[in-house]
Structures are given as structure tokens and as C-alpha cells.
Design a protein around this ligand. Structure first.
Ligand SMILES: [Zn+2]
Length: 187
């Protein structure tokens, strides 16, 4: 229907979001069309995120500042967990089982490696933990990083295999991820 162009546009925009299908998108759009207060609240929240959230220049975590709260804190443990994306940091932080620093490695290039080395040196990191979801690629990536970082005199460890191979963290409950970090083993 032509007079529903705005509504259809909203449905299409919602459908582009991860894990939202046509059915959910339609339900959400109709809800928002009806509840103007919640719709405005959502507009406001999205606008704030777009304006305020950036990537920490040190570790790549999401932050409202140039340097995130975790990197800014000098009292964290001298360990560094390398993760695949900022969402993993949120999950691990929520578990409360880990008190060290993080580094987001979503892609590998020389600039990233240099940033990683700087962080290890500046924070006097003693242990680097590969906190990737287990897969053949992440194993290769760990080996590559180990080789690149071996001259820095750090120990390397890997999260326990409590996380099933091929399953991403977002699908793993907090408790098993917390356990996987706690039961990490040296490599
Ligand atoms: Zn940071």
C-alpha cells in the first residue's frame, strides 16, 4: 500500500539488523508506529550511540572516550585477552571472571600487530590469552600471533575448550565462557 511507505521503510530497515526476520521486523515496526513514546526513546538512544560511541584507540573496545575505561585503569591484572570483537569483551566482563586487559583483533595487519605490541609493552603484560572461539582459523591465527610476539617475553595461553568448536561466544552462556577463561592453559 502506497500510503504506508514510511512503515514499509521502517520494516525494511529493521530487517537489515542481525537476527531480525520479516516477521519480527513487521511486529516491531507496527509496535513503534503505535507507541510514539517508545519510538522516540529508541530514536534518542540510537542517536546517542551513533554520536558518542567510538573505538578505543588502544584496544579497539567500544567507548565514549578516546581511551576506554579498561585501558585507562592502571590496576587491572597484567594479562591481555585477545578477542575477536568488542561484544566478546562485554560478555567476558559480565562474567566477572577476568580482571586483565583486552585487545580486539578483528583483522590482521602490520598496524594492528604494532598496536598490540605497544599495549603489551606499555601495560607490562606477562600473559597473553587467546580468547578466540575455537576453530581451525583461530588456531592458525594464534600460532601466527605467538610467532610475532615471542620476542616480548610473555607467556601464552588459550581458553579451555569448554566452548565447543565452531560455536561463537554469543551463543555460549556466560558461565561456560567464564569457566573457559579461568581454566585457560599455557601453550
Ligand atoms: Zn581500550
Amino acid at each position: 500500500m502506497k500510503d504506508l511507505t514510511s512503515l514499509n521503510e521502517l520494516i525494511e530497515a529493521l530487517e537489515e539488523l542481525p537476527s531480525i526476520g520479516k516477521k519480527s521486523a513487521t511486529r516491531l515496526a507496527l509496535f513503534l508506529a503505535k507507541d510514539k513514546f517508545r519510538a522516540m526513546k529508541l530514536i534518542n538512544a540510537i542517536e546517542n550511540v551513533v554520536t558518542n560511541i567510538k573505538e578505543c584507540t588502544i584496544c579497539g573496545n567500544f567507548s565514549e572516550y578516546e581511551i576506554c575505561e579498561i585501558c585507562y585503569n592502571p590496576n587491572r591484572e597484567k594479562t591481555l585477552a585477545i578477542v575477536e570483537n568488542p561484544k566478546d569483551i562485554m560478555i567476558i566482563e559480565e562474567s566477572g571472571s577476568y580482571k586483565g586487559y583486552y585487545f580486539v583483533l578483528n583483522h590482521l595487519d602490520d598496524e594492528k600487530i604494532q598496536k598490540l605490541k605497544n599495549l603489551i609493552e606499555e601495560k607490562e603484560i606477562k600473559e597473553v590469552i587467546f580468547a578466540f572461539s575455537p576453530s581451525v582459523e583461530s588456531e592458525a591465527r594464534s600460532l601466527y600471533l605467538e610467532d610475532k610476539l615471542k620476542d616480548l617475553g610473555v607467556e601464552f595461553s588459550q581458553i579451555a575448550q569448554g566452548v565447543p568448536t565452531g560455536v561463537h561466544f554469543e551463543n555460549v552462556d556466560i558461565n561456560s565462557l567464564a569457566k573457559a577463561i579461568k581454566l585457560r592453559h599455557k601453550i
